[in-house]
Design a binder for this molecule. Sequence first.
Ligand SMILES: *[C@@H]1O[C@H](CO)[C@@H](O)[C@H](O)[C@H]1NC(C)=O
Ligand SMILES: *[C@@H]1O[C@H](CO)[C@@H](O)[C@H](O)[C@H]1NC(C)=O
Ligand SMILES: *[C@@H]1O[C@H](CO)[C@@H](O)[C@H](O)[C@H]1NC(C)=O
Ligand SMILES: *[C@@H]1O[C@H](CO)[C@@H](O)[C@H](O)[C@H]1NC(C)=O
Ligand SMILES: *[C@@H]1O[C@H](CO)[C@@H](O)[C@H](O)[C@H]1NC(C)=O
Ligand SMILES: *[C@@H]1O[C@H](CO)[C@@H](O)[C@H](O)[C@H]1NC(C)=O
Ligand SMILES: *[C@@H]1O[C@H](CO)[C@@H](O)[C@H](O)[C@H]1NC(C)=O
Ligand SMILES: *[C@@H]1O[C@H](CO)[C@@H](O)[C@H](O)[C@H]1NC(C)=O
Ligand SMILES: *[C@@H]1O[C@H](CO)[C@@H](O)[C@H](O)[C@H]1NC(C)=O
Ligand SMILES: *[C@@H]1O[C@H](CO)[C@@H](O)[C@H](O)[C@H]1NC(C)=O
Ligand SMILES: *[C@@H]1O[C@H](CO)[C@@H](O)[C@H](O)[C@H]1NC(C)=O
Ligand SMILES: *[C@@H]1O[C@H](CO)[C@@H](O)[C@H](O)[C@H]1NC(C)=O
Length: 842
Amino acid sequence: MMDFLLLFCIVFVKFVAAEDGHRAWLRYAPVPDASRYRYLPSSIIALNSTKSSPVYTAGQELQQGIKGILGKQLLVNTNGTRKTDTLAIIVGTADTYTKIYGDFDEAGDLEEDGFYLSTEGRNVLIIGSNERGALYGAFEYLSRLGQANFEEDSYVDNPHAPIRWVNQWDNLDGSIERGYAGPSIFFRNGFVADNVTRVAEYARLLASIRINGVIVNNVNANSSLLSTRNIEGLGRLADAMRPYGIQLGISLLFSSPRDLGGLPTFDPLEPTVDAWWANITEKLYAHVPDMVGYLVKANSEGQPGPLTYNRTLADGANMFARALESHGGVVMFRAFVYDNHINPANWTADRANAAVDFFKDLDGKFDENVVVQIKYGPIDFQVREPASPLFSTLRNTSTAIELQVTQEYLGHQDHLVYLAPLWKEILDFDMKADNRPSKVKDIISGGRFRRPLGGSAGVVNVGTNTTWLGSHLAMSNLYAYGKLTWDPSLSSEGILQDWIRLTFGFDKTVLDTITSMSLASWPAYENYTGNLGVQTLTDILYTHFGPNPASQDNNGWGQWTRADHTSIGMDRTVKNGTRNAGQYSPAIAQQFENIETTPDNLLLWFHHVSYTHILKSGKTVIQHFYDAHYAGASAAQSLLTQWSSLRGKIDTERFEDVLFKQTYQAGHALVWRDSITQFYCNLSGIPDEAGRVGNHTHRIEAEDMTLSGYKTYAVSPFHAASGPTHSAIVTSTNTTTGTATANVTFVSGLYDIAVNYYDLIGGRASYELSINNRTIGTWKGDLEDKLGHAPSRFLDGHSATRVTFRNVTVAKGSTVRIMGRPDGVEAAPVDYVSFLPVGVWD
Ligand SMILES: *[C@@H]1O[C@H](CO)[C@@H](O)[C@H](O)[C@H]1NC(C)=O
Ligand SMILES: *[C@@H]1O[C@H](CO)[C@@H](O)[C@H](O)[C@H]1NC(C)=O
Ligand SMILES: *[C@@H]1O[C@H](CO)[C@@H](O)[C@H](O)[C@H]1NC(C)=O
Ligand SMILES: *[C@@H]1O[C@H](CO)[C@@H](O)[C@H](O)[C@H]1NC(C)=O
Ligand SMILES: *[C@@H]1O[C@H](CO)[C@@H](O)[C@H](O)[C@H]1NC(C)=O
Ligand SMILES: *[C@@H]1O[C@H](CO)[C@@H](O)[C@H](O)[C@H]1NC(C)=O
Ligand SMILES: *[C@@H]1O[C@H](CO)[C@@H](O)[C@H](O)[C@H]1NC(C)=O
Ligand SMILES: *[C@@H]1O[C@H](CO)[C@@H](O)[C@H](O)[C@H]1NC(C)=O
Ligand SMILES: *[C@@H]1O[C@H](CO)[C@@H](O)[C@H](O)[C@H]1NC(C)=O
Ligand SMILES: *[C@@H]1O[C@H](CO)[C@@H](O)[C@H](O)[C@H]1NC(C)=O
Ligand SMILES: *[C@@H]1O[C@H](CO)[C@@H](O)[C@H](O)[C@H]1NC(C)=O
Ligand SMILES: *[C@@H]1O[C@H](CO)[C@@H](O)[C@H](O)[C@H]1NC(C)=O
């Protein structure tokens, strides 16, 4: 009986709530040695009783958190206008605290949004410079308790920069551009959503990582956001987020005065246009009195803007700045302005030059409440880019860095890519402006060039999915984004491990394994996608998900690799190329101008070289491509093996969810590896020294099998299909089942059998794999229901995937058969079957 009860308690305590990812890192799970914390006060005093006050929220949060973590129910007193004699956790603003309790020494050290936390006196003190700061302090205290950090100490913690925002690319119809976690929590069917429950929960998550502003709609904006009904709706969103100290902002469509207001023009220097914006801004502030400001994408990718009227970008930005100024609002003006019709035949044309070209002469011409929001690299969130040269070009303009938590070019949350190391490389990069230390992080804080404003904008794109981002492990990126906006000196590993403890608990193996997986993930992804600075090599004209290197070149988008039969890379030198290297300060320019001093990982970003160019590593460029792609794909198999080892150490729900993703990634990494290596082998004609590329001795190509009701199909792009003819098979009609059979010629033994097939949107084909009429497994082409990445309608590098059946005993001479039943437009497509001896993957 005892044992049964004990077991019951453990199970009960461990899995009280469903681990569906909804609570993210705010699970407030019990800590194993709660009794070690002897100094827990007996009540909570929150120095504000207004329900919309972040201080009030802090009181409630402390109560909830302590109950979960330490199992103690504390009362919250929110009317603490006088001192109490019992020990308490006191949370409030510095002003309120000093009025009631008298001065505290650290008051002078607090900066805007900062807080003081003391756990060493009689009371626990959590004192914010403002209400939001007090809430941050409460979350900090709970994070420490949640990690069983019971140290007694006192410290002040201030933010690195004032602007710590997230951008959501949500459309009014409820879809999200580059979102991989279901529809919007903010909008539905053209209007602001009625139900704001998830909005408040999102604000809570963001407050816990010290984010202070959210742009709720897509930078590709819609003027109907400014309709009366939607402005009222924005008021409700702001109300839902206010208790968490999160301020709402919106993206604007530049042509709204014409499109919505019915004016004949949207020229920023036209007084009627100015008046229209002033009017709409008044109206917005009537519903959202603490609106944080506007985000504007103008004259970019077909969007209207000031250039439409031959006005400068500064004229455009300042128009919004004037409307916002009296309300204390800020304009974030995106530097992502470029011409998407540039001529690929022009050797010196370069999209990477656009931001500096457009903005350099405008430095100092922006109003004080304008911040230029700069993507971290000169192109577009690629797997590796150098820091944007615009960071050191603008000296008299406030700037912010734009990062992406949503993995637009980095696997759509279906590949694990822990991004903090990538962000830190950029933030720590020294631009050497005027030969003085000029790290990007110190430029965007406003420190280096003495600017009043600055900070970060992270494109997050959470959706209605219970996991927020569509993936449990991807949440480390949101957590890390917040932590780095507050303190970019934190280590990637330290942030990650805090997140792991709060998300998965205290098991040392779990901590070590997820740490090892996460830290390997960006290098692995870079290895099996695009390395040496060539960009991600994904399909830039379609989904931005799977491989398609040819899509980069010969179009007006300027995301070029300039790959031909003999050579590859963008020549961005001053001496013979696009002169982009010359946009950096002289010390950096010289480094990138010179091939000897350009690091290998940015070689093809700055230089156009022969495939046989020898890298600093001693390898040729082409052999490095092959080796890195094999190494990266192999690392992806290891991510799966590592995660699999955690069975039983993590709740079943999250274990299985992540296992499914890692299995998918392991398969898709092979699709990437084979596509990219085939493509460049074909283009250069240079074989892999190690004899791997195009040589797959464990595979039976589907097109070589005996087909009935199936026909061969030439896949495009060719490299998305295995075999000398780059073909797959599809059923002959979209209603009748096809079969493909072959005799197994491999030696008898134990095999993992992998089937590579294509999973399209628009149907859920069913499949059966059998050996000698014994069913080995069945599956469906239904990944669109299970994974968040942008789907494809075609047989290509996005839809190519694999299913694996492990430990199958196969005798030589057996018959392997695949039966495929088509559904809708999905004609049960199959590429190949692989018979893999234990420990081999191919
Ligand atoms: C209490 O919170 C409300 C709402 O945030 C705020 O307006 C008020 O100033 C706060 N009161 C004090 C004494 O801080
Ligand atoms: C103050 O709060 C306590 C506990 O919440 C409550 O018992 C008491 O009545 C309150 N006093 C006033 C004056 O509101
Ligand atoms: C609002 O949304 C929440 C969370 O998704 C849900 O639990 C609740 O039932 C919804 N409320 C209404 C009235 O639909
Ligand atoms: C905005 O314009 C409308 C009419 O177009 C007018 O009724 C309203 O008073 C104006 N509001 C402000 C704040 O100027
Ligand atoms: C735009 O401005 C430039 C320089 O001021 C001028 O030469 C040009 O004619 C103008 N174009 C139009 C369409 O107004
Ligand atoms: C090539 O591009 C450069 C840089 O944008 C431009 O200055 C030059 O005029 C272009 N050359 C031609 C022939 O279009
Ligand atoms: C210099 O640029 C030309 C194109 O204008 C290119 O064909 C050539 O390869 C480049 N030379 C070197 C040494 O990079
Ligand atoms: C990436 O590829 C390089 C070059 O082959 C290799 O040295 C490195 O270990 C690889 N790392 C991962 C994580 O794949
Ligand atoms: C193909 O790979 C096998 C081993 O997997 C190797 O023995 C053979 O030499 C390779 N063929 C070529 C042409 O490199
Ligand atoms: C398998 O082998 C048998 C006998 O060797 C042959 O009759 C049959 O056609 C083969 N089947 C396939 C699918 O190749
Ligand atoms: C959440 O996303 C995952 C992975 O993309 C998917 O399997 C699951 O069905 C989604 N769940 C909900 C409730 O949207
Ligand atoms: C079946 O294929 C035909 C021709 O390709 C197509 O017109 C039809 O829409 C497909 N049927 C379904 C249910 O997708």
